[in-house]
Ligand binder design. Structure first.
Ligand SMILES: C[S@@+](CC[C@H](N)C(=O)[O-])C[C@H]1O[C@@H](n2cnc3c(N)ncnc32)[C@H](O)[C@@H]1O
Length: 423
């Protein structure tokens, strides 16, 4: 991949074009970065490592705060997009350079061989993230990336690609570290937590990758029963039922890589078909949801149907304060446990219906202690000391970020044969 430009002293010498060093063949190995909610990095490494059992070329790197570096082929990128529940994107590293100002970043963008991946008729969007960047305006740096790409295409073809922030064909990500700028080509398109089944939103839906993370970090397994008595749009039970059904999260949606050059449509069709064949039926009686708002119950059932797990989920209207266990935990066969996992309305976004926020935690704790003996409980709270309001001692408190909001996943064991819910 050749630059149509002369080198610029100082910058070109430090620019590294990773993607351009490799042939665009199915065997070529690329560097990827998979961003994920902070707190899920190690779980993501385990997810990618499990997927790597099906590919001799896919390798998880060492988790870093906010994501995971991965190496693999373009077919592995399709695999990651189709099967991974925890990342928000699969970003292909195009190149990087040391930078002092936005002009260095302009030259990096201008020197990478974007024409190998897309053409001038495809509309662009450039996003930027930064950690400790000394630049005054990271938005201006993103603008210079766009200029660099457009100038490159103009030099090659006489035309510039359009920018379309709402419906781009191609997304580019600029990540600014303190001294390094990294440019990525997004292979996902819409973020991966958009699984393609959500048509309506509850007041504060959990993002699907965070829901999958709660399930993974709590210790829930695909054999176990799950009850979310504050289900909202049903994200947790839908995610869990899809996992139990071995239903790939990306089966219902399209991806950015489908419009990029270098991706192999027949390999993609084969991966999708194999994923479809791997889906197994889930019998009713394992996944239960409830919400005080009947509209949310309807939304959960509609979402579940669109997610391909409609038959697996029972949902009903009800106040959590009146909730009773949908199964007897003591009567479950060996190897199957009962889990109540939820994100209660702990913060200012939603007040629990019909009660003062201060009353809600102790009432919920009483319900758990008195009626859910033998259950494992996982509650996500943005109030870092919500366990104090509950007056329950968690077995574990796991640090997680819901976007920028620091949260705790609090895990409790409700002891069988006791009114006390702590270990
Ligand atoms: C933070 S939202 C849960 C979001 C859900 N995890 C999702 O992904 O859409 C909390 C939910 O609790 C419900 N809720 C509030 N008070 C309730 C109560 N007393 N009993 C049952 N549900 C309640 C609200 O209607 C809301 O849907």
């Amino acid at each position: 991949m050749q630059s149509p430009y002369k080198s610029r002293k100082g910058v070109r010498s430090s620019a590294v074009a990773y993607a351009s060093k490799r042939d665009l063949t199915p065997e070529g190995i690329f560097d990827f970065f998979l961003p994920c909610p902070r707190g899920l990095e190690v779980a993501l490494a385990e997810e990618v490592t499990a997927l790597a059992a099906h590919s001799s070329t896919l390798r998880a790197g060492t988790p870093t705060p906010g994501g995971l570096p991965v190496q693999g082929t373009l077919t592995d990128a399709m695999r990651l997009n189709l099967h991974c529940r925890l990342p928000s994107r699969v970003l292909l590293l195009g190149g990087s350079c040391r930078y002092a100002d936005a002009e260095d970043i302009y030259h990096l963008a201008r020197d990478l061989g974007w024409e190998q991946w897309f053409d001038v008729t495809q509309a662009l969007r450039v996003d930027v993230t930064a950690e400790r960047s000394p630049l005054e305006s990271i938005k201006f740096a993103a603008l210079r990336v766009k200029d660099g790409i457009c100038d490159r295409f103009r030099a090659l073809t006489g035309e510039r690609p359009d920018v379309d922030t709402a419906h781009p064909d191609v997304r580019i990500h600029l990540h600014l570290r303190e001294v390094d700028a990294l440019l990525y080509l997004d292979t996902s398109g819409e973020p991966l937590f958009k699984r393609g089944w959500r048509s309506e939103h509850g007041a504060a839906p959990l993002k699907e990758h965070l829901a999958a993370g709660l399930l993974k970090l709590s210790g829930w397994t695909p054999r176990d029963v799950l009850f979310d008595p504050l289900c909202g749009s049903g994200t947790l039970v839908i995610e869990a039922a899809q996992i139990a059904a071995n239903r790939a999260p990306g089966l219902n949606r399209s991806f950015g890589f489908e419009v990029l050059r270098g991706f192999d449509p027949s390999a993609w069709a084969a991966l999708r078909e194999a994923a479809r064949q791997a889906v197994r039926p889930v019998a009713p009686g394992q996944f239960f949801a409830a919400d005080i708002d009947p509209a949310n119950v309807r939304m959960t059932l509609d979402n579940a149907r669109r997610a391909g797990v409609g038959g697996a989920i029972a949902a009903q209207q009800g106040d959590v304060i009146d909730a009773v266990p949908p199964v007897d935990a003591a009567a479950l066969p060996a190897g199957q446990s009962a889990w109540l996992i939820s994100n209660p309305p702990y913060d200012a976004r939603i007040a629990p219906e019909g009660q003062a926020a201060d009353d809600f935690a102790p009432q919920l704790a009483r319900v758990l202690k008195q009626r859910f003996a033998g259950w494992h409980v996982g509650l996500l709270a943005a109030d870092l000391h919500w366990d104090r309001a509950l007056r329950l001692k968690p077995r574990r408190r796991i640090v997680l970020f819901n976007g920028p909001i620091e949260c705790r996943l609090m895990l409790f064991e409700m002891l069988a044969g006791s009114a006390r819910g702590q270990v």
